[in-house]
Write a protein of this length. Structure first.
Length: 148
């Protein structure tokens, strides 16, 4: 909320909640706010096991709909197990520093490109879209692309 101010945050949250409701997502904004380094490490680990998309879906559901912490090793390892990853191996991985430098490097690269928030989309290496944008913005982008 500090980044945008309370009124902007509340306005954006209301739009997000309504947009989510329209597609069956019940956003919970009362959950824990925590660092996501370990969640990103887990996503990279899952990618190496062919489970990238599945783990992202579970982590987003856990955080955005159930308010679970993205930094809690039990939450992360349960998420991993739910997509077929070995829970004990994931816990061992999370307790190590393995993959931390990769996450820090990814953050550094994003900041160098001017990316400071998520979600962020780069389309055709030309159009950048940050934050949860409405359909009007997407329509404008795709109209511009089609004119090229």
């Amino acid at each position: 909320m500090k980044k945008f101010g309370e009124s902007t945050f509340n306005s954006n949250a209301a739009i997000l909640i309504e947009s989510g409701r329209e597609i069956g997502i019940s956003f919970d904004h009362d959950g824990v706010v925590a660092q996501t380094y370990d969640a990103h490490r887990l996503i990279n680990y899952a990618k190496s096991q062919g489970k990238h998309e599945e783990i992202v879906e579970v982590l987003f559901h856990n955080y955005h709909e159930e308010g679970k912490s993205p930094a809690d090793y039990d939450v992360l390892s349960e998420a991993a197990a739910s997509v077929g990853l070995n829970k004990e191996k994931v816990l061992q991985f999370l307790k190590s520093e393995e993959g931390m430098q990769q996450v820090k490097d990814e953050i550094s690269q994003a900041l160098k490109k001017g990316i400071a928030g998520v979600p962020h989309f780069t389309i055709n290496n030309k159009f950048d879209v940050s934050g949860g944008q409405g359909p009007k913005i997407w329509l404008e982008i795709f109209e511009n692309i089609s004119k090229e």
